[in-house]
Design a protein around this ligand. Sequence first.
Ligand code: NAD
Length: 356
Amino acid sequence: MKVFGEPEQGGHERVLFAQDCESGLKAIIAVHSTVLGPALGGTRFYPYDCEEDALADVLRLSRAMTRKNAAAGLDHGGGKGVIIGDPRTLKSERLLRAYGRAIESLGGGYVTAEDVGTTIADMEVIGRETRHVTGTARDIGGSGDPSPTTALGLVAAMRGTSRFLWDSSDLSGRHVAIQGVGKVGGAFARMLGALGARLTIADVNEKAVRALANELGADIADPAAIHAVECDVFAPCALGGALNPETVPELRCAAVVGSANNQLADDALATDLAARGILYVPDFIVNAGGVINLAEEVGREYQLERANRRVHAIEGTVTDLLARARETGATPLDEAIALADRRIREVGGLPAPVGH
Ligand code: NAD
Protein backbone atom coordinates (compact mmCIF):
# COMPACT_ATOMS: atom_id res chain seq x y z
CA MET A 1 0.00 0.00 0.00
CA LYS A 2 1.02 3.61 -0.54
CA VAL A 3 2.39 5.37 2.58
CA PHE A 4 3.86 8.50 1.02
CA GLY A 5 0.80 10.58 0.01
CA GLU A 6 0.78 13.59 -2.27
CA PRO A 7 1.01 16.91 -0.35
CA GLU A 8 -2.56 17.87 -1.23
CA GLN A 9 -3.75 14.56 0.24
CA GLY A 10 -1.97 15.40 3.47
CA GLY A 11 1.08 13.16 3.52
CA HIS A 12 2.24 11.96 6.94
CA GLU A 13 5.29 13.52 8.56
CA ARG A 14 6.43 10.31 10.24
CA VAL A 15 5.29 6.72 10.61
CA LEU A 16 7.01 4.60 13.25
CA PHE A 17 6.86 0.80 13.33
CA ALA A 18 7.73 -0.53 16.79
CA GLN A 19 8.26 -4.15 17.78
CA ASP A 20 9.17 -5.85 21.06
CA CYS A 21 9.46 -9.59 20.49
CA GLU A 22 9.42 -10.56 24.17
CA SER A 23 6.06 -8.94 24.91
CA GLY A 24 4.63 -9.42 21.42
CA LEU A 25 4.29 -5.67 20.79
CA LYS A 26 3.65 -4.75 17.19
CA ALA A 27 2.67 -1.11 16.96
CA ILE A 28 2.45 1.65 14.39
CA ILE A 29 2.45 5.32 15.34
CA ALA A 30 1.47 7.77 12.61
CA VAL A 31 2.30 11.44 13.05
CA HIS A 32 0.24 13.11 10.39
CA SER A 33 1.02 16.73 11.19
CA THR A 34 2.84 18.76 13.83
CA VAL A 35 2.25 22.06 12.04
CA LEU A 36 0.00 23.32 14.86
CA GLY A 37 1.90 21.55 17.66
CA PRO A 38 2.60 18.04 18.96
CA ALA A 39 0.38 15.46 17.28
CA LEU A 40 -2.39 14.39 19.69
CA GLY A 41 -4.57 11.28 19.30
CA GLY A 42 -5.36 8.03 21.07
CA THR A 43 -3.92 4.53 20.91
CA ARG A 44 -6.17 1.82 19.51
CA PHE A 45 -5.45 -1.77 20.60
CA TYR A 46 -7.23 -3.97 18.11
CA PRO A 47 -6.94 -7.46 16.54
CA TYR A 48 -6.49 -6.29 12.94
CA ASP A 49 -6.77 -9.05 10.32
CA CYS A 50 -3.43 -8.08 8.83
CA GLU A 51 -0.66 -5.48 9.10
CA GLU A 52 -1.94 -3.64 6.01
CA ASP A 53 -5.32 -3.05 7.73
CA ALA A 54 -3.56 -1.68 10.80
CA LEU A 55 -1.44 0.65 8.69
CA ALA A 56 -4.45 1.86 6.68
CA ASP A 57 -6.38 2.53 9.90
CA VAL A 58 -3.61 4.45 11.63
CA LEU A 59 -2.95 6.59 8.54
CA ARG A 60 -6.67 7.41 8.19
CA LEU A 61 -7.28 8.05 11.90
CA SER A 62 -4.22 10.29 12.33
CA ARG A 63 -5.25 12.38 9.31
CA ALA A 64 -8.71 12.83 10.82
CA MET A 65 -7.13 13.96 14.12
CA THR A 66 -5.30 16.79 12.34
CA ARG A 67 -8.65 18.07 11.13
CA LYS A 68 -10.43 17.62 14.46
CA ASN A 69 -7.69 19.29 16.52
CA ALA A 70 -7.35 22.19 14.09
CA ALA A 71 -11.10 22.85 13.91
CA ALA A 72 -11.26 22.79 17.72
CA GLY A 73 -8.67 25.57 17.83
CA LEU A 74 -6.07 23.44 19.63
CA ASP A 75 -2.31 23.89 19.46
CA HIS A 76 -1.99 20.27 18.36
CA GLY A 77 -1.49 18.41 15.16
CA GLY A 78 -2.92 14.98 14.42
CA GLY A 79 -1.52 11.59 15.27
CA LYS A 80 -2.67 8.14 16.25
CA GLY A 81 -1.17 4.88 17.46
CA VAL A 82 -2.33 1.32 16.87
CA ILE A 83 -1.22 -1.83 18.67
CA ILE A 84 -1.96 -5.01 16.74
CA GLY A 85 -3.57 -7.84 18.73
CA ASP A 86 -6.37 -8.74 21.11
CA PRO A 87 -6.07 -6.51 24.17
CA ARG A 88 -7.79 -9.14 26.33
CA THR A 89 -4.99 -11.66 25.81
CA LEU A 90 -1.95 -9.69 24.66
CA LYS A 91 -1.94 -6.67 26.96
CA SER A 92 0.81 -6.68 29.61
CA GLU A 93 2.87 -4.15 31.54
CA ARG A 94 5.94 -5.12 29.52
CA LEU A 95 4.11 -4.51 26.23
CA LEU A 96 2.64 -1.16 27.29
CA ARG A 97 6.01 0.02 28.57
CA ALA A 98 7.72 -1.00 25.33
CA TYR A 99 5.02 1.01 23.55
CA GLY A 100 5.70 3.94 25.91
CA ARG A 101 9.39 3.85 24.94
CA ALA A 102 8.41 3.97 21.28
CA ILE A 103 6.36 7.13 21.98
CA GLU A 104 9.28 8.59 23.92
CA SER A 105 11.59 8.01 20.94
CA LEU A 106 9.50 10.51 18.97
CA GLY A 107 10.73 13.25 21.33
CA GLY A 108 7.30 14.75 22.05
CA GLY A 109 6.14 14.79 18.44
CA TYR A 110 3.29 12.46 19.40
CA VAL A 111 1.13 12.61 22.55
CA THR A 112 -1.12 9.64 23.20
CA ALA A 113 -4.43 8.99 25.00
CA GLU A 114 -6.90 6.13 25.43
CA ASP A 115 -9.00 4.83 22.57
CA VAL A 116 -10.73 1.56 21.65
CA GLY A 117 -8.98 -1.26 23.56
CA THR A 118 -6.96 0.96 25.91
CA THR A 119 -7.89 2.38 29.31
CA ILE A 120 -6.99 5.14 31.74
CA ALA A 121 -4.97 2.57 33.73
CA ASP A 122 -3.01 1.69 30.58
CA MET A 123 -2.10 5.36 30.15
CA GLU A 124 -0.58 5.32 33.61
CA VAL A 125 1.61 2.32 32.68
CA ILE A 126 2.68 3.94 29.38
CA GLY A 127 3.39 7.08 31.40
CA ARG A 128 6.15 5.26 33.30
CA GLU A 129 8.22 5.43 30.11
CA THR A 130 7.14 8.74 28.62
CA ARG A 131 5.68 12.09 29.65
CA HIS A 132 3.87 12.32 26.36
CA VAL A 133 0.64 10.74 27.54
CA THR A 134 -2.76 12.23 28.46
CA GLY A 135 -6.01 10.91 29.87
CA THR A 136 -4.42 9.60 33.05
CA ALA A 137 -6.56 9.39 36.20
CA ARG A 138 -7.78 12.60 37.87
CA ASP A 139 -6.31 11.57 41.24
CA ILE A 140 -2.81 11.66 39.76
CA GLY A 141 -3.37 15.02 38.10
CA GLY A 142 -4.68 13.78 34.75
CA SER A 143 -7.89 14.64 32.90
CA GLY A 144 -9.47 11.20 33.48
CA ASP A 145 -12.37 9.75 31.50
CA PRO A 146 -13.17 12.22 28.67
CA SER A 147 -16.75 10.96 28.16
CA PRO A 148 -18.59 13.43 30.45
CA THR A 149 -16.74 16.33 28.78
CA THR A 150 -17.53 14.93 25.34
CA ALA A 151 -21.22 14.79 26.38
CA LEU A 152 -21.01 18.41 27.56
CA GLY A 153 -19.65 19.34 24.13
CA LEU A 154 -22.60 17.57 22.55
CA VAL A 155 -25.03 19.65 24.58
CA ALA A 156 -23.13 22.79 23.50
CA ALA A 157 -23.34 21.70 19.84
CA MET A 158 -27.05 20.99 20.28
CA ARG A 159 -27.63 24.48 21.71
CA GLY A 160 -25.76 26.04 18.79
CA THR A 161 -27.82 24.01 16.34
CA SER A 162 -31.05 24.90 18.10
CA ARG A 163 -30.17 28.61 18.04
CA PHE A 164 -29.52 28.37 14.31
CA LEU A 165 -32.66 26.40 13.47
CA TRP A 166 -35.18 27.67 16.00
CA ASP A 167 -33.75 30.99 17.20
CA SER A 168 -33.35 29.71 20.75
CA SER A 169 -30.74 27.60 22.50
CA ASP A 170 -33.38 26.36 24.95
CA LEU A 171 -33.58 22.58 24.58
CA SER A 172 -36.65 22.00 26.77
CA GLY A 173 -39.36 20.18 24.86
CA ARG A 174 -37.02 19.27 21.98
CA HIS A 175 -37.32 15.63 20.96
CA VAL A 176 -33.92 13.93 20.67
CA ALA A 177 -33.44 10.32 19.48
CA ILE A 178 -30.18 8.87 20.82
CA GLN A 179 -28.56 5.83 19.21
CA GLY A 180 -26.27 4.25 21.82
CA VAL A 181 -26.40 5.16 25.49
CA GLY A 182 -22.90 4.10 26.54
CA LYS A 183 -20.38 6.37 28.22
CA VAL A 184 -21.08 9.45 26.07
CA GLY A 185 -24.69 8.78 24.99
CA GLY A 186 -25.74 7.94 28.56
CA ALA A 187 -24.20 11.09 30.04
CA PHE A 188 -25.68 13.14 27.19
CA ALA A 189 -29.17 11.68 27.81
CA ARG A 190 -28.96 12.60 31.50
CA MET A 191 -27.85 16.17 30.68
CA LEU A 192 -30.67 16.58 28.14
CA GLY A 193 -33.18 15.08 30.57
CA ALA A 194 -32.16 17.68 33.16
CA LEU A 195 -32.76 20.39 30.54
CA GLY A 196 -36.30 19.16 29.89
CA ALA A 197 -35.78 17.54 26.49
CA ARG A 198 -38.00 14.68 25.36
CA LEU A 199 -35.93 11.54 24.78
CA THR A 200 -36.17 8.38 22.71
CA ILE A 201 -33.22 6.06 23.25
CA ALA A 202 -31.90 2.81 21.76
CA ASP A 203 -29.01 0.49 22.53
CA VAL A 204 -28.15 -3.11 21.71
CA ASN A 205 -27.54 -3.49 25.45
CA GLU A 206 -31.20 -4.01 26.46
CA LYS A 207 -30.60 -3.96 30.18
CA ALA A 208 -28.74 -0.64 30.06
CA VAL A 209 -31.34 1.02 27.84
CA ARG A 210 -34.24 -0.12 30.03
CA ALA A 211 -32.58 1.12 33.22
CA LEU A 212 -31.84 4.53 31.70
CA ALA A 213 -35.34 4.84 30.22
CA ASN A 214 -36.83 4.17 33.67
CA GLU A 215 -34.51 6.70 35.27
CA LEU A 216 -35.25 9.47 32.76
CA GLY A 217 -38.81 8.64 31.66
CA ALA A 218 -37.51 8.19 28.09
CA ASP A 219 -39.16 6.15 25.32
CA ILE A 220 -37.27 3.15 23.93
CA ALA A 221 -36.85 2.40 20.22
CA ASP A 222 -35.57 -0.66 18.39
CA PRO A 223 -31.83 -0.15 17.70
CA ALA A 224 -32.48 -1.01 14.05
CA ALA A 225 -35.09 1.76 13.73
CA ILE A 226 -33.92 4.59 16.01
CA HIS A 227 -32.61 6.57 13.03
CA ALA A 228 -36.14 6.64 11.56
CA VAL A 229 -37.86 8.05 14.66
CA GLU A 230 -39.64 11.32 13.95
CA CYS A 231 -37.80 13.85 16.11
CA ASP A 232 -36.04 17.22 16.18
CA VAL A 233 -32.51 15.83 16.45
CA PHE A 234 -31.07 12.39 15.76
CA ALA A 235 -27.92 11.76 17.83
CA PRO A 236 -25.69 8.86 16.68
CA CYS A 237 -23.63 7.97 19.78
CA ALA A 238 -22.71 4.35 19.00
CA LEU A 239 -20.51 3.24 16.12
CA GLY A 240 -19.35 4.88 12.89
CA GLY A 241 -21.33 4.66 9.65
CA ALA A 242 -24.75 5.44 11.22
CA LEU A 243 -25.49 7.66 8.20
CA ASN A 244 -25.34 5.43 5.13
CA PRO A 245 -27.27 4.98 1.86
CA GLU A 246 -29.88 2.84 3.68
CA THR A 247 -30.48 5.09 6.71
CA VAL A 248 -30.25 8.59 5.19
CA PRO A 249 -33.50 8.28 3.15
CA GLU A 250 -35.29 7.04 6.28
CA LEU A 251 -34.31 9.91 8.61
CA ARG A 252 -37.20 12.02 9.92
CA CYS A 253 -35.31 14.66 11.90
CA ALA A 254 -34.40 18.30 11.39
CA ALA A 255 -30.76 17.81 12.37
CA VAL A 256 -28.11 15.20 13.16
CA VAL A 257 -25.86 16.01 16.13
CA GLY A 258 -24.03 13.06 17.69
CA SER A 259 -20.77 11.89 19.23
CA ALA A 260 -19.90 8.87 17.07
CA ASN A 261 -16.75 9.21 15.00
CA ASN A 262 -17.07 8.83 11.21
CA GLN A 263 -20.88 9.03 11.16
CA LEU A 264 -20.98 9.39 7.39
CA ALA A 265 -20.28 6.10 5.61
CA ASP A 266 -19.20 8.33 2.73
CA ASP A 267 -18.58 12.12 2.76
CA ALA A 268 -20.81 12.50 -0.32
CA LEU A 269 -23.80 11.75 1.92
CA ALA A 270 -23.40 15.25 3.41
CA THR A 271 -24.80 16.57 0.13
CA ASP A 272 -27.69 14.05 0.20
CA LEU A 273 -28.56 15.16 3.73
CA ALA A 274 -28.53 18.82 2.71
CA ALA A 275 -30.75 18.00 -0.28
CA ARG A 276 -33.25 16.38 2.11
CA GLY A 277 -33.23 19.56 4.24
CA ILE A 278 -31.52 17.80 7.15
CA LEU A 279 -28.81 19.75 8.94
CA TYR A 280 -25.80 17.50 9.49
CA VAL A 281 -23.45 19.02 12.07
CA PRO A 282 -20.04 17.41 11.39
CA ASP A 283 -19.04 14.78 13.95
CA PHE A 284 -15.51 16.07 14.43
CA ILE A 285 -16.86 19.48 15.49
CA VAL A 286 -19.55 18.03 17.77
CA ASN A 287 -17.39 15.44 19.58
CA ALA A 288 -14.25 17.56 20.05
CA GLY A 289 -14.97 17.93 23.80
CA GLY A 290 -12.96 14.77 24.45
CA VAL A 291 -9.78 15.96 22.79
CA ILE A 292 -10.20 19.52 24.11
CA ASN A 293 -10.24 17.97 27.57
CA LEU A 294 -7.07 15.95 26.86
CA ALA A 295 -5.24 18.97 25.47
CA GLU A 296 -5.80 20.77 28.78
CA GLU A 297 -3.48 18.20 30.36
CA VAL A 298 -0.52 18.75 28.03
CA GLY A 299 2.35 20.69 29.57
CA ARG A 300 0.33 22.14 32.47
CA GLU A 301 -1.79 21.19 35.43
CA TYR A 302 -5.22 19.96 34.34
CA GLN A 303 -8.18 22.09 35.44
CA LEU A 304 -11.70 20.82 34.85
CA GLU A 305 -13.25 24.29 34.86
CA ARG A 306 -10.88 25.57 32.20
CA ALA A 307 -11.58 22.49 30.08
CA ASN A 308 -15.34 22.92 30.45
CA ARG A 309 -15.10 26.59 29.48
CA ARG A 310 -13.37 25.66 26.24
CA VAL A 311 -15.89 22.92 25.58
CA HIS A 312 -18.82 25.34 26.00
CA ALA A 313 -17.29 27.34 23.12
CA ILE A 314 -18.39 24.54 20.76
CA GLU A 315 -21.84 26.21 20.85
CA GLY A 316 -20.52 29.35 19.15
CA THR A 317 -18.38 27.35 16.73
CA VAL A 318 -21.46 25.44 15.58
CA THR A 319 -23.68 28.51 15.17
CA ASP A 320 -20.96 30.34 13.21
CA LEU A 321 -20.27 27.30 11.05
CA LEU A 322 -23.93 26.80 10.18
CA ALA A 323 -24.40 30.51 9.44
CA ARG A 324 -21.36 30.46 7.13
CA ALA A 325 -22.68 27.38 5.33
CA ARG A 326 -26.02 29.11 4.77
CA GLU A 327 -24.19 32.15 3.39
CA THR A 328 -21.90 30.25 1.03
CA GLY A 329 -24.29 27.46 0.06
CA ALA A 330 -21.65 24.88 1.03
CA THR A 331 -22.48 21.95 3.31
CA PRO A 332 -21.56 22.30 7.01
CA LEU A 333 -19.04 19.50 6.40
CA ASP A 334 -17.27 21.49 3.70
CA GLU A 335 -17.29 24.56 5.95
CA ALA A 336 -15.85 22.54 8.86
CA ILE A 337 -13.04 21.24 6.67
CA ALA A 338 -12.38 24.80 5.47
CA LEU A 339 -12.28 25.98 9.10
CA ALA A 340 -9.59 23.39 9.94
CA ASP A 341 -7.58 24.19 6.79
CA ARG A 342 -7.78 27.91 7.53
CA ARG A 343 -6.39 27.47 11.03
CA ILE A 344 -3.52 25.32 9.76
CA ARG A 345 -2.71 27.93 7.13
CA GLU A 346 -2.99 30.98 9.39
CA VAL A 347 -1.57 29.69 12.68
CA GLY A 348 0.60 26.80 11.55
CA GLY A 349 4.32 27.21 12.07
CA LEU A 350 4.06 29.84 14.84
CA PRO A 351 6.50 29.30 17.73
CA ALA A 352 5.28 26.72 20.24
CA PRO A 353 2.89 28.17 22.85
CA VAL A 354 4.01 28.34 26.48
CA GLY A 355 3.89 24.89 28.08
CA HIS A 356 4.62 22.84 24.96
P1 NAD B 1 -19.38 3.16 24.52
O1 NAD B 1 -18.83 1.86 24.05
O2 NAD B 1 -19.37 3.46 25.99
O3 NAD B 1 -20.90 3.33 24.02
C1 NAD B 1 -21.38 2.90 22.80
C2 NAD B 1 -22.78 2.34 23.04
O4 NAD B 1 -23.37 2.04 21.79
C3 NAD B 1 -22.77 1.05 23.86
O5 NAD B 1 -23.70 1.16 24.94
C4 NAD B 1 -23.21 -0.01 22.86
O6 NAD B 1 -23.95 -1.07 23.45
C5 NAD B 1 -24.06 0.81 21.91
N1 NAD B 1 -24.25 0.25 20.57
C6 NAD B 1 -23.38 -0.47 19.81
N2 NAD B 1 -23.94 -0.77 18.63
C7 NAD B 1 -25.16 -0.22 18.62
C8 NAD B 1 -26.22 -0.19 17.67
N3 NAD B 1 -26.11 -0.78 16.48
N4 NAD B 1 -27.36 0.46 17.99
C9 NAD B 1 -27.49 1.07 19.21
N5 NAD B 1 -26.53 1.06 20.14
C10 NAD B 1 -25.37 0.42 19.86
O7 NAD B 1 -18.57 4.28 23.71
P2 NAD B 1 -18.52 5.85 23.99
O8 NAD B 1 -17.25 6.18 24.66
O9 NAD B 1 -19.82 6.29 24.60
O10 NAD B 1 -18.40 6.42 22.50
C11 NAD B 1 -19.51 6.48 21.62
C12 NAD B 1 -19.08 7.05 20.28
O11 NAD B 1 -18.56 8.37 20.47
C13 NAD B 1 -17.95 6.25 19.60
O12 NAD B 1 -18.15 6.31 18.21
C14 NAD B 1 -16.70 7.03 19.97
O13 NAD B 1 -15.67 6.85 19.00
C15 NAD B 1 -17.21 8.45 19.95
N6 NAD B 1 -16.43 9.36 20.78
C16 NAD B 1 -16.29 9.14 22.11
C17 NAD B 1 -15.55 10.04 22.88
C18 NAD B 1 -15.40 9.82 24.37
O14 NAD B 1 -15.02 10.76 25.06
N7 NAD B 1 -15.69 8.65 24.91
C19 NAD B 1 -14.97 11.17 22.29
C20 NAD B 1 -15.14 11.39 20.91
C21 NAD B 1 -15.89 10.48 20.17
